[in-house]
Design a binder for this molecule. Structure first.
Ligand SMILES: [Zn+2]
Ligand SMILES: [Zn+2]
Length: 344
């Protein structure tokens, strides 16, 4: 099978072809697993973190990609949840232990044995992949494969972030960073919280224009002050500075939710500007979002079908995964980026 592999971690500012196309044997589904022929795979900012070593793969070469859509082509021993030909999605959660205190409490995203697709095991930047059947999802019929892909991470984690933000209808929400996840959050908010106004902070003019088109009442640069303080802010940026600005923009008792698996080191010194009375006093909260549970993914897919929520996306052929990643790194963003793996 064709696969884009990551031979080792590298710095994308010195290497613009981190992935290499190779031919590999098709993997065998193990007990309880299914073999999936991949049609598309979404490109996520986490792939940049994996490539640059902020959350490195467990072993090399690695096949990245955790927003995979495809068809079931083989069943491992004991696998009976799907039939050959069924369309399925695979998300960031590849597996968790299922028996620890966290798993039993429905927090499998926090399990110490959490295993991530495309980082701890091979993912969807290839023609075939395997997954335990209990960690695969039916895709609602109303979505094309390419529409479904960004929902499996950007959408599901956006949904989790919004839940953790604790927003009530009519409260003001800020989104810092406006990529694949942010734009889906804005779409969910308009459906779920019709009286909520959304304020978007984005570094690039393209992202700000896009946010306006999707219904943001105010857009500005990361450091700009919104006209009113906000009840909740969700940060999806890879850097630190927006954290300080966001805390200063919260109402008393407001909550900042950080949806980023790692932050880059570049501007870490901006944390020294943290001013306790302005940024943290008056019961302001910071909460991070880690991973997703199966419930997040399936609930979000259901909600997305009910809206119906259509993600905006740009397609790249699998062979051009490096270009998609660099466009993401350089913030040439309009919605989500999706790799077309199977063409016919
Ligand atoms: Zn992701
Ligand atoms: Zn567990």
């Amino acid at each position: 099978m064709k696969a884009m592999i990551l031979p080792r971690c590298c710095d994308l500012s010195h290497n613009d072809t981190p992935l290499r196309m190779v031919d590999l044997p098709v993997p065998e589904p193990r007990e309880g697993e299914i073999l999936v022929e991949v049609t598309v795979c979404g490109v996520c900012h986490t792939e940049l973190d994996e490539i640059e070593g902020r959350t490195p793969p467990k072993s090399f070469p690695a096949i990245l990609g955790h927003q995979t859509v495809g068809r079931v082509v083989r069943l491992g021993v004991g696998a009976d949840r799907f039939q050959i030909g069924d369309r399925v999605g695979i998300a960031w959660i590849h597996s968790a232990c299922g028996s620890c205190e966290l798993c039993r409490a429905g927090q499998e995203n926090l399990c110490p044995d959490f295993c991530a697709t495309g980082r701890d095991v091979n993912g969807g930047y290839a023609e075939y992949t395997t997954v335990p059947e209990i960690y695969a999802y039916h895709i609602p019929d109303c979505f094309s494969d390419a529409e479904a892909a960004p929902m499996l991470c950007a959408g599901a984690i956006g949904y989790r972030s919004l839940r953790l933000a604790g927003l009530r209808d009519g409260q003001r929400l800020g989104l810092t960073g406006f990529g694949a996840s942010g734009h889906l959050v804005l779409k969910i908010v308009r459906h779920r919280f019709p009286a909520t106004e959304v304020f978007v902070f984005a570094r690039s003019e393209g992202e700000r224009v896009f946010a306006r088109e999707l219904g943001a009442v105010w857009v500005g640069d990361s450091d700009d002050r919104p006209p009113q303080l906000l009840h909740a802010i969700i940060d999806t940026t890879p850097v630190w500075r927006p954290i300080i600005s966001a805390l200063g923009n919260l109402v008393p008792g407001g909550r900042l939710t950080i949806n980023a698996i790692r932050k880059e080191e570049l501007d870490k010194e901006s944390l020294l500007e943290l001013d306790y009375p302005r940024d943290l006093w008056l019961e302001k909260e910071i909460k991070s979002v880690a991973n997703v549970t199966r419930a997040d993914v399936s609930e979000f897919l259901e909600l997305a079908a009910e809206v119906p929520l259509k993600p905006e996306y740009q397609l790249y052929p699998l062979e051009e995964a490096n270009r998609a990643l660099l466009d993401l790194k350089r913030r040439r963003i309009r919605g989500a980026k999706v790799l077309q793996v199977k063409t016919d």
